[in-house]
Design a protein around this ligand. Structure first.
Ligand code: EPZ
Length: 418
């Protein structure tokens, strides 16, 4: 099982090219199932989760051709089964995103329940409730979601709580439904907007994406298209925190500063200088120790839960005390015990971690538990005294493309132990 070995103490300095967003590429790839004409999706990150999604589409009969630079052509003209089996779904929860497309185009789908993961139970009850509101007959049996619908009917759906993939699944289901669908309390994440732009590119009729009220006018037919996935805002933010935690300077290129305003505000609170351009962000800590910040996660445009572990690591070595409150997932502090092994002074009180910054963390063998916790441990390793070895880094390979190469180019002493 691969590990990452990091020798702490290097101040990062340089530029990093941001990859396409995993959490946009996955719903867009699932959306390719909606049409029988080929779609070409570019700026797709080369990640384990993307490989899993391509394998899932292939098992249904879709053809996926990888072109240079990870541009993918997907042709779903000959889908011969509408099943998403447990062995694949359990390795990638986002597989649930094929449910809406299969149901609305083919009238049936059998998708394994994704099950929970390290950060929480991760239910999909809101996905199912929305499909039932659109007239689907949905049974949960033997660990599978078995959905049937002659033809989905547009509905006025009010989501009990904000759900990113729930909003995306229902948006895709509504694309070919009869009539108008309104999704209230919709997720506003940039990845939801990117999916809406893709759906409109293949002939859908979606408006209001990016607000909490999305309106979809069902259409009869969809076509092929070419589409470029937006840059990954969480990767961008993660590398900026790497600059801040090491007292260095990092310029993230080919990204969208407007997508991480909440994070940039917090980085400025740490004392970092942050300058933005049309498609780049430069953070410069100028050799200073960051100041601790208080974080409270929320759905977009609030502070992203996917950046909570990274800021917990930053607070662990910052000046002062920072309170980190996780409001989205019920168990997203798995990184805390690992940071404590490295000497962090953290007191967990319900869903808040009170973090007293220490001058220096010490290296230790630690274990990754989930994607973003792993990123937090890498950041801690960048500043810990000695060599930190992180085990089970397949978690990190799911969401960060070539993370060690990108960090090496910024001056980090990091390498993969196979
Ligand atoms: C998406 O997960 C992201 N994944 C997650 O990123 C991200 O952390 C999360 O949104 C929140 O921003 C992808 O986009 C592939 P939710 P998702 O449905 O859609 C509850 C990463 O690191 N809920 O918005 O699964 C749920 O339990 C991953 O890249 C229900 O109760 O998250 C949670 O408490 C991790 N019932 C809250 O809503 C439902 O039917 C938000 O979950 C659905 C969700």
């Amino acid at each position: 099982m691969d590990k990452l070995a990091i020798i702490g103490g290097n101040r990062l300095d340089g530029e990093v090219r941001i990859s396409g967003a995993k959490n946009a590429a996955l719903p867009i790839l699932a959306g390719a199932l909606l049409t029988g004409e080929p779609v070409t999706i570019s700026n797709v990150p080369h990640l384990m989760d993307v490989t899993t999604m391509i394998e899932l589409l292939g098992r249904m009969g879709a053809e996926a051709t990888v072109h240079e630079g990870m541009s993918l052509e997907v042709n779903a003209a000959r889908i011969n089964n509408c099943d998403a089996p447990y062995d694949l779904v359990r390795t990638m929860r986002a597989s649930i995103l094929v449910l809406g497309p299969l149901l609305t185009r083919f009238g049936h789908a059998n998708v394994s329940l994704p099950g929970g993961c390290a950060i929480g139970a991760r239910p999909v009850d809101l996905h199912v409730a929305g499909l039932r509101a659109m007239g689907a007959d949905v049974e949960i049996e033997d660990g599978y979601i078995r959905a049937r619908a002659e033809h989905l009917i547009g509905a006025h759906i009010v989501l009990d709580q904000v759900t990113v993939t729930g909003t995306e699944n229902l948006m895709m289901a509504a694309i070919l439904a009869a009539g108008e669908t309104i999704i209230e309390n919709a997720a506003r994440e940039p990845e939801v907007v990117d999916l809406a732009h893709f759906l409109n590119a293949i002939g859908g009729c979606v408006s209001g994406a990016g607000t909490n009220r999305i309106v979809i006018e069902g259409v009869e037919h969809l076509r092929g298209a070419e589409y470029e996935v937006l840059p990954d805002r969480i990767e961008t933010a993660t590398f900026l925190v790497a600059g801040a935690i090491t007292g260095g300077r990092v310029c993230a290129k080919r990204t969208r500063p407007g997508d991480i305003q909440a994070v940039l505000g917090k980085l400025r609170e740490t004392g970092a200088s942050v300058v933005t351009g049309p498609d780049w962000v430069e953070l410069d800590m100028q050799g200073r120790r960051p100041r601790a910040v208080d974080i409270s996660t929320a759905p977009y445009p609030g502070f992203p839960t996917d950046m909570q572990a990274q800021f917990s690591a930053l607070n662990a070595v910052a000046e002062g005390v920072g309170a980190v409150t996780e409001n989205v997932f019920e168990n997203r502090f798995m990184h805390v015990s690992e940071l404590q092994r490295m000497g962090a002074s953290i007191n967990l009180q319900s869903n808040t971690a009170i973090i007293q910054g220490v001058e220096q963390l010490t290296s230790a063998p630690v274990m990754a538990t989930d994607l973003r916790a792993s990123a937090g441990l890498v950041l801690a390793g960048l500043v810990a005294e000695g060599e930190t070895v992180i085990d089970r880094i397949y978690h990190i390979d799911r969401g960060y493309e070539c993370i060690e190469e990108k960090l090496q180019l910024l001056g980090a002493s990091i390498h993969r132990i196979v």
